[in-house]
Design a protein around this ligand. Structure first.
Ligand code: ACO
Length: 405
């Protein structure tokens, strides 16, 4: 099997949102805290008429319809989600309604769950299936669906909701470069949901940010090592055209890319110019522990990485900034943003993906973008995603006048 990966994508998100600047006023925090401090524009939310199941049913139906795929041609269906609807029954079983209707009950796969990482586990499972001896020639289907809601407090503005579906098969326009991969998995309590009766996670915000960045460093190191072993030359951020990050809020994405730049500086990569090298030099002696705590280092890295951020990362940020954290769907919504923004220019490019799930599980992997045959071409995927229309037709919930009569 050649070029196994993503053949087609579709996204559904709730038609409701609140503006982060209005949320700032409502929450009584300082102006700019959510928009500049977290880097978010607006936040999507489910009203009482929808949930992760209805969103995933919708996105699977629209994907099959928009790409004209017969439901009988699906042989594996995997769902990534961390929104608990039932402690035993997979969300996948609800989706089987679509396939049972046309007589297809021969579909492998169940749900994968570990915070925001489940979608990546589902993707790897489906791609591995296509590349394995048990593959029967049919398509795989990956669904990421989540609604992120937090208790009142600093984490609340980092909620969001969406569902994404991805059709998996060979000769894909978006193929996995399976050789290049780095994972970091460990045991931590940064974000978890021990209260089964509550929708809210227990979250140690600061710890979760540090865990995310530590996992990023570790995955990047392993990814670079694998790349060098196979390609016989070092990897640096110049070797990929886009970097797509799991995006709890945009500020963390800015910090993440800056962190990769810092890694390249420590590894003496030529991408780091003389001027930036001089600015970073004072921090070269920090221990890795110290480097996570240094606010000055963080600021300098963000500043020197900014020009590359603008070309390699900014086009990935559209949907996450508009919707918020979609947990398992977040990384793939960021990827959909690049497809939306740059579909004409992507063929031949390498796109590095960083998936993070608290608790913790993380992998850095890469996509290679190929030509693709209609309907599985980048331009068709972009037109079916229809991002601009979907964003523009949302209903913005406004603040009620707070003065009482
Ligand atoms: N104008 C501009 N910037 C501001 C303002 C303002 N008025 N007020 C604050 N800020 C900045 C701060 O300087 C800070 O920026 P910096 O990080 O560049 O220094 C930023 O806004 C955040 O403010 P803090 O006070 O540091 O953090 P806060 O208490 O608001 O909490 C947090 C932020 C921890 C991200 C919280 O929203 C949270 O817990 N979210 C959920 C956890 C999460 O998403 N973790 C990420 C990985 S795990 C996962 O994906 C679930």
């Amino acid at each position: 099997v050649k070029d196994a990966g993503v053949l087609a994508m579709d996204i559904y998100f709730p038609p409701n949102c609140v503006l982060q600047e209005e949320l700032e006023t409502h929450d009584g925090v300082s102006k700019g805290k959510y928009t500049i401090g977290l880097g978010q524009d607006s936040m999507a939310f489910c009203t009482e008429v929808e949930d992760v199941i209805s969103m995933s049913l919708t996105v699977v139906k629209t994907l099959l319809k928009n790409y004209n795929i017969d439901p009988k041609c699906i042989g594996r269906l995997e769902v990534g989600s961390e929104t608990v609807i039932d402690k035993s029954k997979s969300i996948k079983t609800w989706l089987m309604q679509i396939f049972e209707e046309c007589g297809n009950t021969d579909i492998e796969g169940v749900d994968s769950s570990n915070a925001c990482y489940g979608g990546t586990a589902a993707l790897f499972n489906c791609v591995n299936w296509v590349e394995s001896n048990s593959w029967d020639g049919r398509y795989g289907l990956v669904v990421c669906t989540d609604s992120a809601v937090y208790a009142e407090g600093p984490a609340r503005p980092t909620g969001g909701a969406a569902a994404i579906a991805m059709l998996i098969g060979p000769n894909a326009p978006i193929s996995l470069e399976s050789k290049f991969r780095g994972s970091h998995m460990a045991h931590v309590y940064d974000f978890y949901k021990p209260d089964l009766a509550s929708e809210y996670p227990v979250v140690d915000g600061k710890l979760s940010q540090t865990c995310y960045l530590m996992a990023l460093d570790s995955c990047y190191k392993t990814f670079c090592k694998r790349y060098e072993k196979i390609e016989g030359k070092p990897f640096s951020i110049v070797d990929a055209d886009s970097f797509v990050f799991h995006s709890p809020y945009n500020k963390l994405v800015q910090k993440s890319f800056a962190r990769l730049y810092y890694n390249d500086f420590l590894r003496n990569c030529s991408i780091v110019d003389k001027d930036s090298r001089e600015k970073l030099e004072p921090y070269s002696g920090l221990s890795s522990e110290e480097s996570y705590q240094s606010r000055d280092l963080e600021k300098v890295c963000q500043q020197v990485a900014k020009p590359l951020y603008d070309t390699k990362v900014q086009p990935t940020t559209l949907i996450p900034k508009q919707l918020g954290n979609m947990y398992t769907a977040s990384l793939y919504a960021a990827f959909a943003s690049v497809v939306h923004n740059k579909h004409d220019a992507l063929v031949g490019q390498r796109i590095v993906m960083f998936s993070y799930g608290s608790g913790m599980t993380s992998t850095m992997f890469s996509f290679k973008i190929n030509e693709g045959q209609h309907p599985f071409s980048l331009s068709n995927i972009a037109s079916i995603l229809d991002i601009s229309n979907k964003l523009e037709s949302r209903h913005v919930f406004r603040r009620r006048n707070s003065s009482r009569r």
